[in-house]
Structures are given as C-alpha cells and as structure tokens.
Design a protein around this ligand. Structure first.
Ligand code: FES
Length: 175
C-alpha cells in the first residue's frame, strides 16, 4: 500500500468514526460492520443502540441511518413503530445507569434502586416534575470504570448510590 493510499484510508476511517469519542458509537460500528452495513440489519442495530444508550436519541438515529445508508425517515419509522424501542425521554435531564455485567457486579443495580427510591421514579420513567428521566443500559462500553452512570451524555466513573443521588440533586436544585 502506498503512503498516499494509507493516508486516504485512515482519513476515511476517521471520518466514519463518531467525533464525540463516545465509546457507545463504537459498539454501533461493530454491530453495523458485522452485518456488513446491510439495511435489513436495522432492527438488530436499533436493539444494540437501545442497549448501549438506554434510549434512541436523534443523533443516534442519524448515525444509524448514515451507517446503513437508509433514509432517516425510515429509521424513525421503525424506531417509533415498535414499542420495544423508546425515543429520547421527556425529562429535562436524563440519567442512564449501566446495568451490564461489569457494572452490575460492582453495584450498578444498587445505584439504580437508590435513585428509584430517592426520587420516586421507576426505571424507564420521568419524575412527575419532568426534571429527570431514569433509564438503564446494558454496557455503555466503559467497563474499565465500572460502575458507570451517564448524566446528560457525560459518563461518570466509579459511581456509588450516594454520588449518583448527589448529582441528580444538583440538577433539581439548579431549577
Ligand atoms: S458493563 Fe457497564 S460499561 Fe460495560
């Protein structure tokens, strides 16, 4: 391979990767690649996305549409048709607790329970004041810093029930 071809290839690769560096997009890349970016892998990829993000937000749907070369309308259509998929929740803030194996064994389940109890909300729901939606995900690609919780798209490492509760309380007091 000439150096120009190598350069062009790495440029192409960099362009394809999600710019945020969020490892969850890598999980999607792997799933799409495994399915050879076939459009008929859409449901499988949406499943993976929901597992990794806890819900499907617009940015993720756009990423999938590009990856599978499908119109965004088609991706939206499928995501809204099946009840097992949930689109971005309605809370002003979102808190996604990872309950994948690595996080679970290190207390992810207790964090989730503590948040449910403290803020009177079940996983998958939004607090009555609309301030926080609580969700869970199965591995967000950050097992090395387990247990991990994503607060409004920022991944927090080595969480405890107390730390997570304090972070959510901050949101509520910002009002
Ligand atoms: S299991 Fe939580 S990040 Fe992998």
């Amino acid at each position: 391979m000439t150096s120009t071809t190598a350069k062009a290839k790495s440029k192409q690769k960099a362009k394809k990767e999600h710019t945020s560096g969020d490892k969850r997009f890598k999980v999607l890349d792997v799933t799409m690649k495994r399915a050879q970016n076939r459009p008929d892998a859409l449901i499988e990829v949406l499943h993976k996305a929901q597992e990794a993000f806890g819900y499907l937000e617009e940015e993720v749907l756009i990423y999938i549409a590009r990856g599978l070369k499908l119109p965004l309308s088609k991706v939206y259509g499928v995501a809204t048709f099946y009840h097992l998929f949930s689109l971005k929740p309605s809370g002003a803030h979102t808190c996604v607790v990872c309950t994948g194996t690595a996080c679970y064994v290190k207390g992810g389940g207790e964090i989730l329970k503590a948040l449910e109890e403290k803020f009177g909300v079940q996983v998958g729901e939004t607090t009555p004041d609309g301030e926080m939606s609580l969700l869970s995900a199965r591995c967000i690609g950050a097992c090395g810093i387990a247990p991990a919780v994503v607060f409004d798209n920022s991944v927090a490492a080595k969480q405890t029930p107390e730390l997570a509760q304090a972070r959510v309380k901050e949101w509520l007091s910002e009002k």
